[in-house]
Design a protein around this ligand. Structure first.
Ligand code: NDP
Length: 313
């Protein structure tokens, strides 16, 4: 079963929906597949206060519902389903949905996002949205004058810890090695910051609290003869142990960096395959904000329109 479309959008976060709004209004009749987590990462957050246009804030699920409604209003064909395989060797490009249906598309906008890595503790699920977060810029504001912990020792963890130190009363960094992996400049900033305490050689093994996070159980020098149980009192537990871009099915054709982020021509959503564009977190290891993802979704739709008008001229 093969269906031919002009513009296929894969993914339903802010990048995908914004691309859909622009592509629909440009008469590209886009078909959007929502993927495994309709609405993307934002549907797992609670309040969103930094998306322009919402002076009183909104919630992640509400924001995504609004974007979806706006895309539908202009005629985007939004479908439930996940892209499971691709053949981008020649145009029209072929994308398999749910292992069955094949879509042939003249242009593709990849907006499959990235998934924050978690430690895999059952407590991370138990306290999801009640003290556990993987985004300090999104949720840090709720921890003003409270104590928080950041897990990880890379650049992201240092950046998040420094950001949180401007809001929280105390920031612990929980680092499993005896050193930070982050760049020297970030390490210096962390060590100079009086609000940040780095707990080297500590692993988080559980969270405590009645309904919301109130503490974390750690083990110092886990597995060594002198291992020691440590408890810290915290109100927020932030994961910063990396993200995995959802680019696996495109890798045979699309250039990615060593982590898997899709590489685009700087400042544009243009990939190495003509007519295939990438927007949002799948191509952005740096900013990872809803508003920047939305902006790149807009760019991708504009580029898709330009590509199609040349193709059909
Ligand atoms: P990294 O992979 O660099 O660091 C991940 C950190 O998390 C490491 O300290 C790692 O520990 C730790 N970690 C991973 N898994 C676990 C686990 N299961 N338990 C405990 N700790 C764990 O990821 P980042 O997101 O920090 O950075 C990704 C890339 O983006 C890097 O290249 C970075 O330089 C870049 N970046 C640059 C920024 C900047 O220049 N301003 C800002 C943010 C990111 P361990 O060291 O033991 O493996």
């Amino acid at each position: 079963m093969t269906e031919k479309v002009k513009c296929l959008i894969i993914g339903s976060g802010p990048a995908g929906y914004t691309a859909a709004i622009y592509a629909s209004r440009a008469n590209l009749s886009p078909v959007l597949y929502e993927g495994m987590q309709p609405g993307g990462q934002l549907t797992t957050t609670t309040e969103v206060e930094n998306f322009p246009g919402y002076p009183d804030g909104t919630t992640g699920p509400e924001l995504m519902a609004d974007l979806r409604k706006q895309a539908e209003r202009f005629g985007t064909d939004i479908r439930f389903g996940q892209a499971t395989a691709t053949d981008l060797s020649k145009a029209p490009y072929r994308v398999t949905i749910d292992g069955e249906k094949v879509i042939e598309a003249d242009t593709i906008i990849i907006s499959t996002g990235a998934t924050a890595k978690y430690l895999g503790l059952p407590d991370e699920t138990k306290y999801a949205g009640s003290g556990v977060s993987a985004c300090a810029t999104c949720d840090g504001f709720f921890y003003r004058n409270l104590k928080v912990a950041v897990v990880g020792g890379g650049d992201t963890a240092c950046e998040e810890a420094i950001y949180l130190s401007g809001l929280a009363s105390k920031v612990y960094m929980i680092v499993r090695k005896p050193y930070l992996r982050a760049s020297k400049i970030m390490q210096d900033r962390v060590f100079k910051n009086p609000k940040i305490e780095v707990l080297f050689e500590h692993n988080a093994v559980g969270l405590t609290g009645d309904k919301v996070v109130q503490g974390a159980d750690l083990i110092k020098r886990m597995g060594e003869a002198d291992e020691e149980k440590v408890h810290i009192e915290i109100d927020g537990f932030f994961l910063a142990i990396g993200h995995t871009p959802n680019s696996e099915i495109f890798k045979p054709w699309i250039k990615t960096d060593e982590v898997g982020y899709i590489q685009t021509k700087p400042g544009t959503p243009i990939t190495n395959v003509p007519g295939v564009f990438a927007a949002g977190d799948v191509a952005d290891s740096h900013y990872r904000q809803a508003v920047t993802a939305a902006g790149s979704g807009c760019q991708a739709a504009i580029e898709a329109e330009k590509y199609l008008s040349e193709l059909y001229s």
